[in-house]
Design a protein around this ligand. Structure first.
Ligand SMILES: C[S@@+](CC[C@H](N)C(=O)[O-])C[C@H]1O[C@@H](n2cnc3c(N)ncnc32)[C@H](O)[C@@H]1O
Length: 259
């Protein structure tokens, strides 16, 4: 089941997760992917955002002359993403990954990305299935960018993660507090999977008007898992990226370049 934060409470997610520097993140990825991309160049490249949510990154990459597509399992997220008119509905597909809509499988892509730890919503088997699908639609030299958890932080219950607890002040004295995880992360003994308790509190002035306790179940996929898949399948070249100080905060950024 999808976390309700991505369905009935998708508008809460939009507020909680909206404070990142999407422009800097996309610029960092595009700097790495320099081939075929030059500022101001007329060539249109094609991108695919996986687990798009509000599709902030898709809207950002559109500014760089990309024909940008998005996939997510949540119809509520699609409504939010397309609400401001910056992304047309025909570019945002509802699909539960690793399933990729047939129409997308008929296109080829220069770039794909799965950001904000979202790849953790796939089991290892599902991940391999999705990478296999992507290997057929990403062009040689094209890249899949991934934002993964840092295992060191995860082991310490994300206590050192700056955004572990955040309070967003909205208009009319409304504030939203999110603590992720709000209690010790539960590690499975059977597989690389964790359950993260999430606390969300909505206040009007000092009055608590809404309180939610949710659970996010996430598989742990490490950079070394992708390195192994790249070596085993010989379909990709794996690299871990560094020097992204002002864009992605405290995560592991990896790229699978299609061979
Ligand atoms: C953490 S949010 C990330 C959203 C966005 N990429 C961002 O940077 O904020 C995870 C998203 O993945 C979607 N999702 C979870 N499991 C999925 C699946 N199996 N297939 C497609 N989307 C999924 C959720 O609906 C949600 O929008």
């Amino acid at each position: 089941m999808l976390n309700e934060l991505y369905t009935s409470d998708a508008s809460l997610y939009e507020i909680i997760a909206g404070g990142r520097n999407f422009s800097a993140q996309i610029s960092f990825l595009l700097n790495h992917y320099s081939k075929g991309f030059k500022k101001g160049k007329v060539k249109v490249s094609r991108s695919l955002e996986l687990f798009a949510g509000p599709a902030w990154h898709t809207k950002e990459i559109k500014k760089h002359n990309f024909e940008a597509f998005a996939i997510d399992a949540s119809n509520e997220m699609r409504i939010i993403a397309c609400n401001d008119g910056l992304l047309k509905k025909k570019y945002y597909y509802i699909s539960r990954l690793p399933n990729i809509p047939r129409i997308i499988t008929k296109l080829s892509f220069d770039l794909a990305f799965a950001l904000c730890y979202s790849i953790g919503y796939l089991s290892p088997l599902q991940l391999r299935k999705m990478l296999n699908h992507l290997s057929k639609i990403i062009v040689p030299g094209g890249m899949l960018f991934l934002e993964l958890h840092d295992l060191n932080l995860l082991r310490k219950n994300l206590d050192d993660l700056k955004i572990k607890e955040r309070i967003i002040y909205c208009q009319k004295e409304k504030s939203i507090k999110c603590v992720w995880p709000s209690a010790p992360i539960e590690w499975s003994n059977e597989e690389w999977v964790v359950q993260m308790p999430i606390l969300i509190e909505v206040r009007e002035g000092r009055k608590l008007v809404n309180k939610k306790n949710l659970i996010s179940k996430e598989y742990i996929h490490l950079p070394s898992d992708f390195k192994n898949i790249a070596e085993e399948t010989k379909l990709w070249e794996f690299r871990e990226l560094t020097n992204f100080k002002n864009s992605f905060l405290q995560s592991k950024i990896c790229v699978m370049e299609k061979l």
